[in-house]
Design a protein around this ligand. Structure first.
Ligand code: DX5
Ligand code: ZN
Length: 219
């Protein structure tokens, strides 16, 4: 498997042509990142299970679904049924994060936990046996195109140290403001999966391959 893995966030893609946008990045990325937002947990609304199910027919790439909604538990089953492979949740989006992660696993998906910029890593050790992915947010969740928060680099390093202490194969994903300038910083800090929206979906579709190469550090 090539690292860093790239998970392309459809939030910055053309919403009128999401299927074609997936096809345009498919040969160059490792996962498709789908941001589900409810206008309540975060101040924006995106899309939900029916759209994910419709997109499922366009690719066999893993669907990496980032849930930004509250309460999150009633949506786990519909999201899994729609075709998610990884489901990532925020501890603040439900009353019992441990139970939520157990349910994701029971649904046959890989489980991720997402840490907002203000969320400390203190409770992570208790969750490690249940998680396949840890997502460090480097912007406040809700919108694409925001400025990368350098203050989160220390957290990425701390999470990397925690993962290295375990025998589990846990992916360390970073989401928000990832660009050719910030990618080397988060890779250096220990991230191995980069989520990117704006940095990929700008310019015409024939530019996407180049945009993705720049993220991987290939100029
Ligand atoms: C923001 C989302 C991100 C968003 C990132 O809440 O979780 O996945 O699409 O967008 P960029 O890469 O533009 O910062
Ligand atoms: Zn996201």
């Amino acid at each position: 498997m090539r690292f860093p893995q790239i998970s392309s966030s459809l939030l910055s893609a053309d919403f009128a042509r999401l299927g074609e946008e997936i096809k345009a990045v498919e040969p160059f990325v490792d996962m498709i990142h789908l941001d589900v937002m409810d206008g309540h947990f975060v101040p924006n609304i995106s899309f939900g299970p029916p759209v994910i199910a419709a997109l499922r027919t366009w690719t066999t790439l893993p669907f990496d679904v980032h849930l930004m909604l509250s309460p999150v538990d009633p949506f786990l089953k519909p999201i899994a049924k729609a075709g998610a492979n990884i489901i990532t949740v925020h501890p603040e989006s439900g009353p019992h994060i441990y139970r939520t992660l157990q349910e994701i696993k029971a649904l046959g998906c890989r489980a991720g936990v997402a840490l907002n910029p203000g969320t400390p890593i203190e409770s992570l050790p208790l969750l490690l046996p249940l998680v396949d992915l840890i997502l460090v947010m480097t912007v406040n969740p809700g919108f694409g195109g925001q400025t990368f928060l350098k203050s989160q680099l220390k957290k990425i390093k701390d999470v990397r140290a925690l993962i290295n202490e375990t025998n589990h194969d846990i992916l360390l994903q970073v989401d928000g403001g990832i660009s050719p300038d910030t990618a080397p910083l988060v890779i250096e800090a220990g991230a191995n999966v980069l989520v990117a929206g704006t940095a990929i979906f700008h310019g015409k579709a024939d530019k996407y391959e180049k945009n993705i190469s720049h993220l991987r550090g290939i100029l």
